[in-house]
Ligand binder design. Structure first.
Ligand code: PLP
Length: 400
């Protein structure tokens, strides 16, 4: 063996790369708007008080560290899927297969492997734009990445005609990846009426839906209200996978807590599906980690703590909304920007697709120590009352 001479240097990850650069920057007013991780109003990572309480209670129970089953903590999966499918859950639970996953990315990974092994079409349609890692996950599994139109840069809103037309023109039975709520990176979600139109096309074409739900609660501040798409597809018996993450809404980023679920046609099909899912998991990582799922299960199964958690999520969503308003207001009212910034408050969830060009983004990082992805996406969670004016002034200068 002559060493890894054939291994070329790979590019840094667009988001984790930003965090590394940010860490090295010693400028006191630096701002990291790259990573989609919630920060409190002092700019610090936020561990939810409900999570702290659950951890303390779990510690008291003196639990063992035995392996979980291949599909993880069943009781956690049941609570997680009940929360995502809402009122539809009871009518589908006997044909729903669920497995605890290594956060949302792990759920996507399981989806990608299952498609690659068993799904007839290898074409997956993703929104243009989408979360950067979607392409990596699905192309790694040998799937063909296709895009459907989603964002209209002129209106800074949804290109629903383009989206419906592209999904209609895709070959029948294609895989369609949809963001269940709080679309990343654009912060633009379909309205209920538009979701109904999307459902119509999906059904006409016999497409398979992969719902990525990484931000339940972050779109509206209300878990139930963010289940519109999940409930719509499930109640219409669209064959679907759902990928849930508790990274953002429980702040369990590094604990890697997620859930993969598949809505099958019958209990018998569910049993066959589950048997193959176990085989896939066994060969990949054997079984998922125990600690984070225990925390999530504890909160989900304890009524008081669950109510407290819902309040904490609402608090995070509200802080994000108030930062959107502050940023827009300073740009428009105080700095009299000649550009319109209505999209900052129209868009929802953790992100705003600002419309800043790659050159403006580069100037922001070079001259102002403000870091964001090249596509102009900012994580609103990185803004707080102390840095919003500095940010607005920098954006104003680079766009003037
Ligand atoms: N899907 C989307 C759209 C995301 O934005 C993210 C995280 O940023 C994920 C999935 C997966 O995140 P995680 O693996 O941390 O749960």
């Amino acid at each position: 063996f002559q060493g890894w001479a054939n291994v070329p240097m790979g590019p840094p990850d667009p988001i984790f790369g930003i965090s590394e650069t940010f860490k090295k920057d010693s400028f006191p007013k630096k701002i990291n708007l790259g990573v989609g991780a919630y920060r409190d109003d002092t700019g610090k990572p936020y561990v939810l008080p409900s999570v702290r309480t659950a951890e303390a209670e779990i510690l008291k129970q003196d639990l063992d560290k035995e392996y979980l089953p291949m599909t993880g903590d069943n009781s956690f999966c049941e609570e997680a899927t009940r929360m995502a499918y809402g009122d539809v859950y009871d009518s589908i639970s006997n044909r729903l297969v669920a497995a605890q996953s290594v956060s949302g990315t792990g759920a996507l990974l399981l989806s990608s492997r299952f498609f690659s092994k068993f799904y007839p079409s290898k074409d997956i349609y993703i929104s243009n734009p989408t979360w950067g890692n979607h392409k990596n996950v699905f192309s790694n599994a040998g799937l063909n990445i296709k895009e459907y139109r989603y964002y209209n840069p002129i209106t800074k809103g949804l290109d629903i005609e383009g989206m419906l037309s592209d999904l209609s023109q895709a070959p029948n039975s294609s895989i369609v990846l949809l963001h269940a709520c709080a679309h990343n990176p654009t912060g633009v979600d379909p309205t209920h009426a538009q979701w109904n139109d999307i459902l119509r096309v999906v059904r006409d074409k016999g497409h398979f839906v992969l719902l990525d739900m990484a931000y339940q609660g972050f779109a509206s501040g209300d878990f139930a209200r963010d289940t519109y798409a999940t409930q719509l597809f499930a109640s219409n018996n669209v064959p679907m996978f759902l990928c849930q993450s508790f990274a953002k809404n429980m702040g369990l980023y590094g604990e890697r807590v997620g859930c993969f679920s598949s809505l099958t046609a019958s209990p018998e099909e569910a049993a066959r599906f589950e048997s193959q899912l176990k085989i896939l998991v066994r060969a990949s990582y054997s079984n998922p980690p125990v600690h984070g799922a225990r925390i999530a299960r504890f909160i989900l199964k304890n009524n008081d703590l669950r109510a407290q958690w819902a309040g904490e999520v609402k608090g995070m969503a509200s802080r994000i909304i108030s930062m959107r308003q502050a940023l827009r207001s300073i740009l428009e009212n105080d700095l009299k920007s000649k550009h319109g910034w209505k999209h900052i408050t129209d868009q929802i969830g953790m992100f705003c697709y600002t419309g800043l060009t790659p050159e403006q983004v580069a100037t922001l990082s070079r001259d102002y120590h403000i870091y964001l992805t090249k596509n102009g996406r900012i994580s609103i969670a990185g803004i707080n009352t102390s840095n919003v004016r500095y940010l607005a002034e920098a954006i104003h200068t680079v766009t003037s």
